[in-house]
Ligand binder design. Structure first.
Ligand code: ATP
Ligand code: FE2
Length: 325
């Protein structure tokens, strides 16, 4: 069975993992927490550089103890923050040379999808990928993950976090909003923006912050969720019909939300589609998703020569040939 080491580090989380074809063998992560405010790319990269040796060592110790032969080194090539990506790519190149095994540059968004399929058994789903940095509806078509719909401005996670900050709730806002929304009694209309297959969350976030000055905060949180999630479900439903798929897979940090899961579940039930969500530990950024995607890429014959291993901060999901399915 093939064994691949993977390194993730596109933003906050630095994570190293070892996987084989059926499971995660080892994983060690270190998360950058800014002193105040949002993420600072150079500080995050500094964090990753400082913790690289310890997360890699933790994983290599397991490989050594169990006498496992690493056959490839996968790394998150993009999209993400340039300085963070460069730190991770440098470490990955060094490891690939040290072990004399191929390097595999992995698209971070595709890794979220592949680990979701691996851990749920979904085979050919419409994917709703909702996180702090991304909001997309995708499906495999003619050898690539095509983006059916995406945000025209900020991601839904970013909108939740921005609104939370404006009403004085601590970061990350998503879980706090979800908890508050449970005690809501009424829905307050907020801007619902779907254009074609795309959505927009920036106006919703601003309008919700305005509404919070007048209405009960729990009601505003509830209304924010209902509005934003309805937009996501509407586009997912249309993608399901359009792409003629029978499965929906939810991935990314916002996928932890029970109300979003419930709404997608209802929609799938009504359409006779199957709904899949991976365990929580595979929803956020993790090294295992990079290692596993690297593994399936390698098995299909794809590796990344050193000369093509430069980082790709704007790497799009639909640039990758899905050679493994
Ligand atoms: P990516 O690089 O893939 O964009 P990321 O590192 O920015 O990912 P994730 O860890 O996937 O982000 O997700 C973080 C986001 O998930 C935050 O915006 C956070 O508020 C949101 N989130 C976490 N839990 C919940 C929840 N229960 N409900 C809604 N949103 C949530
Ligand atoms: Fe991510």
């Amino acid at each position: 069975m093939m064994i691949v080491l993977g390194l993730e580090g596109t933003a906050w989380n630095l994570s190293c993992a070892l996987v084989d074809e059926v499971d995660v063998i080892a994983e060690k992560s270190a998360t950058y927490v800014p002193a105040k405010g949002g993420i600072h790319p150079r500080e995050a990269a500094q964090h990753h550089a400082e913790h690289m040796a310890s997360v890699v060592k933790a994983v290599l110790d397991v490989a050594r103890k169990d006498d496992l032969a690493i056959e490839g080194v996968a790394f998150s090539q993009g999209p993400g923050l340039g300085p963070c990506l460069r730190t991770v790519a440098t470490a990955a190149r060094a490891l690939s040379l040290k072990f004399g095994v191929p390097l595999v540059g992995v698209n971070h968004c595709i890794a979220h999808i592949e680990v979701g399929k691996w851990k749920t058994g979904a085979t050919d789903p419409v994917v709703l990928y909702v996180s702090g940095g991304n909001s997309q509806v995708l499906a495999l078509r003619r050898g690539r993950y095509r983006i059916f719909g995406e945000t025209l401005d900020i991601s839904v996670g970013n909108a939740l976090d921005k609104f939370a900050r404006q009403v004085g709730l601590p970061h990350p806002g998503g879980p706090k909003l979800e908890a508050l929304a449970r005690s809501s009694k009424e829905y307050i209309p907020l801007p619902y923006v779907v254009k074609g297959m795309d959505f927009s969350f920036s106006g919703l976030s601003t309008a919700a912050a305005q509404a919070a000055k007048k209405y009960d905060l729990a009601d505003v949180c509830h209304s924010f969720q209902e509005t934003a999630f309805s937009m996501l479900v509407e586009v997912s439903e249309r993608a399901l019909a359009h792409a003629e798929k029978k499965e929906v897979l939810l991935v990314g940090g916002v996928g932890a939300n029970s109300r979003l899961r419930e709404m997608l579940n209802i929609m799938c039930d009504e359409r006779g589609a199957k709904f899949y969500v991976p365990e929580k530990k595979f929803m956020g950024d993790n090294g295992s998703m990079i290692a596993y995607t690297g593994l399936v890429m390698m098995k299909s014959g794809v590796t990344t020569p050193l000369a093509e291993s430069r980082v790709r901060p704007g790497f799009r999901t639909d640039e990758v040939d899905v050679t493994w399915q």
